[in-house]
Design a protein around this ligand. Structure first.
Ligand code: 5GP
Length: 211
């Protein structure tokens, strides 16, 4: 791999991950991987922009042909990262961002130990439910499923390299960029957000206490 970074970002759905990433990379060059999914397209989404919305058959074919860097099942749908674009961008020196769930993130870390795994925490777990309901794009049943999944995902945050909290958007963007820049320069500023830091472990525990 060149000096380009493979940055894997996970967050429970409804946590504001998309907004943080969009803001953080407003004026920076990075490639946001576009995943394939078998889930239905939501209102406001575009095929080829948010995801490649494909059939289960096509997804199965891509698995067989070894076209995914990783894939996982989430809420009865499949999600996968197409391998070739990611490898090409890294080889050309462009940082790559993967916004994927936890199982996929750990698979990436196994294959690319130099990948940086970053988890975004919501300040309060009950906020998530509210945000999911406000989004209004899914049925109550799906929302509750996502909420229960979110709690399980937060428990995985301990195994990430870095954790930041989305309490206040500008601060979350700043913290995110501190980690991204510091892993490159190795100036130690990212240590504040490392899961090796007791304060970060306590922060995760604090969010889970009401779960
Ligand atoms: P959503 O349906 O809300 O767009 O995404 C559901 C979950 O799947 C999110 O946690 C999202 O980050 C994750 N996801 C999206 N693309 C991929 C992928 O390519 N691989 C994996 N493992 N997870 C993904």
């Amino acid at each position: 791999m060149s000096s380009a970074k493979l940055i894997v970002v996970s967050a429970p759905s409804g946590c504001g991950k998309g907004t943080i990433l969009a803001k953080a990379f407003e004026n920076r060059d990075a490639y946001f991987s576009i995943s394939c999914t078998t889930r239905k397209i939501r209102k406001g989404e575009e095929d080829g922009k948010n995801y490649f919305f494909i059939s289960r058959d096509e997804f199965g074919r891509m698995i067989k042909e070894n076209e995914f860097l990783e894939y996982a099942q989430y809420n009865n749908n499949y999600y996968g990262t197409p391998k070739i674009p990611v490898l090409e961008k890294l080889a050309r020196g462009t940082d790559v961002i993967l916004e994927i769930e936890t199982k996929g993130a750990f698979k990436v870390k196994q294959a690319f130990p130099e990948a940086v795994l970053l988890f975004i925490l919501p300040p309060h777990i009950t906020d998530l439910l509210r945000r999911l309901q406000k989004r209004g794009t899914e049925s109550n049943e799906v929302i509750l499923e996502r909420f229960s999944h979110a709690k399980k995902e937060i428990k995985q945050a301990y195994h990430y390299d870095y954790v930041i909290m989305n309490d206040e958007l500008d601060k979350a963007v700043e913290d995110f960029l501190t980690v991204v820049d510091s892993v490159r320069t190795q100036d130690g500023r990212a240590d504040e957000f490392s899961t090796k830091n007791d304060e970060i472990v306590k922060m995760i525990e604090g969010v889970l206490i009401n779960a």
